[in-house]
Design a protein around this ligand. Structure first.
Ligand code: ACO
Length: 418
């Protein structure tokens, strides 16, 4: 078996012929040691807390880039020139509108629907309206069609998210404006209404850019792997992304950001003290986990959580006023970092631990936090899907270790015994 060399001291054992050579398959629950793809998009070093997109450290992108520029970097492989960025931005504007017939869908969604259910349904519905760009094998008929589909997905996810909030509020939809940039446009669509225009705060725009950049890609996580597994059957990109959105929704993945705030609220409302919640998380007789804590890859502080924590602390110093939930989060973190249970298992706050506190500051409602994660992750999903398709990869199809009954026979109903 061949050893394959990757970058940054990464090596992999190629076991693709293992079964043919030995009759054995590998057993790897949760794919902890399985790399199904080679990828050049993002790099994570979980021991040292490093995250890079196309080689660029996440800290540099968070400081200097915008979400749209970072999206271009991830999808097309390099930082855009001025002209490339302008073409990309124009595409995002041009394809930011939802087909008007899709607007009617919102009218029939119950007001209390979870925004992630609405989002996944709407993204999949794009394939009803824009199906003509795929040929019989699910390939794009021309590169331009792919660029349009990419722009439509990145742009309309923002429109869908804002419209679902307006539906929840019972306010009229605010359409995207070509004179506003991506994040300002989103905040305007969310918070402007006919009687009260939204005053764009550049500080909020910067914060939103940073949050979306931090979420933009994270190699082969659960939702990205789902996008790729589904996409490997050559189904269209909208359907593949819809599957990724559903995977992200779960509380062990992107749904954790909503759960963190709910958990902090519990503590704040006196329903459970910090000490008790820590004991509950450590107890083997309970399935409860401390939300926003622990990570499959990071065995040190998640670099994204460090950036968001820093933002929270700066806001705190500036406003001299503590969000009571931030106060609780800081106390919880302090306890985790000095508790043997968490120290031994190398469990640290992850990206979801502090992100909700910044979303709260921007006025985003708690049940939309995972939608915000999905908006941020869209370029990563697309980049990873595109890389897989450009590699002409095989259909994803894991094996299993069968542990069921050996050959059994049909028993007529009257002879069956429990
Ligand atoms: N609270 C309490 N104990 C935990 C936690 C937690 N949040 N996370 C892991 N552990 C414990 C487990 O009980 C296990 O203990 P054991 O060895 O005594 O059995 C050990 O740490 C290892 O946990 P695993 O479940 O094997 O770790 P895995 O890599 O499979 O799971 C995961 C990672 C899902 C992120 C987990 O840490 C978790 O559930 N965290 C809470 C949910 C969360 O914040 N998810 C967001 C992750 S970031 C993201 O997806 C964007």
């Amino acid at each position: 078996m061949e050893i394959i060399k990757g970058s940054n001291g990464n090596y992999g054992l190629d076991i693709s012929n293992l079964r043919a050579q030995t009759g054995l398959i590998t057993y790897d629950p949760g794919y902890q040691n399985t790399s199904a793809y080679k990828s050049a998009i993002s790099f994570v070093d979980g021991q040292q807390g490093i995250l890079r997109y196309r080689g660029i450290p996440i800290e540099e992108l968070a400081n200097h880039s915008t979400f749209v520029e970072t999206a271009y970097l991830l999808i097309y492989g390099h930082l855009p020139t001025k002209n490339e960025l302008s073409v990309f931005s124009n595409y995002l504007n041009e394809y930011s509108l939802l087909h008007e017939d899709m607007i009617h869908f919102f009218h029939n969604i119950p007001q209390q629907a979870h925004p992630m259910a609405t989002l996944s349904m709407m993204i999949n519905s794009l394939s009803i309206f824009y199906q003509d760009v795929f040929d019989l094998e699910g390939q794009f008929t021309q590169n331009e069609s792919l660029d349009i589909t990419i722009a439509r997905l990145i742009s309309t996810i923002r429109t869908i998210a804002a419209f679902s909030y307006k539906k929840f509020k019972g306010e009229p939809f605010v359409y995207p404006r070509p004179d506003l940039r991506y994040c300002a446009n989103f905040l305007n669509m969310m918070f402007a209404n006919p009687v009260k225009p939204y005053e764009i705060d550049e500080e909020y725009v910067k914060l939103l850019n940073v949050l979306l950049i931090l979420h933009a890609d994270h190699e082969q996580n659960c939702s990205t792997s789902t996008v790729k597994l589904v996409g490997s059957s050559r189904v269209n990109l909208y359907a593949s992304i819809c599957a990724g959105i559903c995977a992200l929704w779960g509380p062990l993945h992107g749904g954790a950001n909503q759960k963190v705030i709910e958990m902090l609220h519990w503590i704040h409302q006196g329903k459970i003290p910090v000490t008790e919640i820590l004991e509950k998380a450590k107890s083997k007789s309970e399935s409860f986990r401390l939300m926003g804590v622990g990570h499959r890859v990071y065995k040190t502080y998640d670099p994204r959580a460090a950036i968001i924590r820093n933002i929270c602390m700066k806001k705190l110093i500036k406003n001299k006023k503590l969000d009571p939930l931030l106060e609780i989060a800081l106390e919880l973190e302090e306890r985790i970092l000095h508790d043997d249970y968490f120290v031994e298992r190398r469990l640290y706050p992850n990206v979801d631990f502090y992100s909700g506190l910044v979303y709260r500051l921007l006025g985003i409602p708690t049940n939309m936090f995972t939608v915000m994660f999905a908006i941020g992750r869209m370029p990563g999903w697309i980049a990873q899907w595109k890389e897989m398709r450009d590699d002409n990869s095989r259909i994803g199809r894991p094996r299993q270790l069968y542990i069921g009954a050996e050959e059994a026979h049909y028993i007529p109903m009257e002879e069956r015994r429990i």
